[in-house]
Write a protein that binds this ligand. Structure first.
Ligand code: ATP
Ligand code: MG
Length: 277
């Protein structure tokens, strides 16, 4: 993986499709257990972008992420990742996944956990190569000095950092994250968000983050898509024009405060079944 210095990221309106779109979903609907979970999702995510999905519980955010990851097949519509189907993209190690629970192997230390998926994906790598890669990724997530620690010796935030390192070790083009900081206290969550932003700017990954936090979505993202319920669909998309690099002081910016109010209003509408679209 090429790790670059922090740089400002460019932006453009969320709804305009360009050649640099890495993820493209067209008319995606998902029916599960006779229930229309997602309806007609159109989504274009530019390469290198940071996008958040937010919406009421049960609106289909996790399902949408699973569709992008190739774990759930759409009932209709199509998804492409750099021109490939999600299953092909996953096979080519283009997709990294991070969930709310870090799911580390308790008997392995941080560096071995960080290189665990890579060890499965690439059997040709020696133990020393895996360790070196694991260590590099731990350093990237700010855990360089905790390589020898087992999961029970790490805090929840540190375990999530290892989970992010494990996903990044595959050098995926896309990082799909489902409420990765949902179980953390507010202050740890803020600093994890800031770390993620810095990792994003250093690596140039495309990040899709599912979150319930309005502040987190605005602090981190270039684009926020709001999903509504019954059926799950995109009701609104919001461009976050605040310049990068951003730090936590951005939350005091009047524009940030204005965006919080705007997104909260959109979210309120998204709680109405079949509401704003
Ligand atoms: N495997 C499944 N089989 C049947 N229904 C499912 C399945 N997975 C999810 N659902 C249903 O799809 C809907 C969307 O679920 P999903 O987990 O995607 O919501 P979510 O937006 O991620 O919610 P939360 O914010 O609570 O995590 C729910 O009504 C859920 O019951
Ligand atoms: Mg979910």
């Amino acid at each position: 993986m090429r790790i670059e210095p922090i740089r400002a990221a460019g932006g453009r309106p969320a709804h305009i499709r360009h050649d640099d779109d890495l993820i493209l979903a067209k008319g995606v609907s998902v029916v599960m257990a006779k229930q229309l979970v997602l309806q007609n999702i159109d989504l274009s995510i530019p390469k290198g972008s940071f996008v958040s999905l937010i919406g009421p519980s049960g609106c289909g955010k996790s399902t949408l992420l699973k569709v992008l990851a190739g774990l759930v097949n759409p009932t209709s519509g199509s998804v492409s990742i750099a021109g490939l189907s999600p299953v092909e993209a996953a096979r080519k190690r283009m997709i990294g996944l991070v969930f709310q629970d870090a799911n580390l192997l308790p008997w392995k230390n941080a560096v071995d956990n960080a290189s665990m998926l890579l060890s499965i994906a690439d059997k040709s790598l020696s133990r020393a190569e895996l360790r070196s890669r694991g260590q590099e990724m731990l350093e990237l997530v700010g855990l360089g000095d905790s390589a020898h620690k087992r999961p029970h010796e790490l805090s929840g935030g540190m375990r999530q950092r290892v989970a992010i390192a494990r996903a990044l070790a595959l050098d995926p083009a896309v990082l799909l994250m489902d409420e990765p900081f949902g179980a953390l206290d507010a202050i740890t969550r803020d600093s994890m968000g800031q770390s993620l932003l810095e990792i994003w700017q250093r690596t140039g990954k495309t990040i899709v983050l599912v979150t319930h936090s309005i502040d987190e979505a605005i602090h981190l993202s270039r684009h926020v898509h709001v999903l509504g319920i019954k059926p799950g669909r995109i009701t609104e998309s919001l461009d976050i024009g605040l310049p990068y690099p951003r730090d936590l002081s951005v939350t005091e910016d009047p524009e940030f405060v204005r965006l919080v109010v705007q997104l909260r209003t959109m979210l309120r509408a998204s709680h109405q079944p079949g509401g704003a679209s």
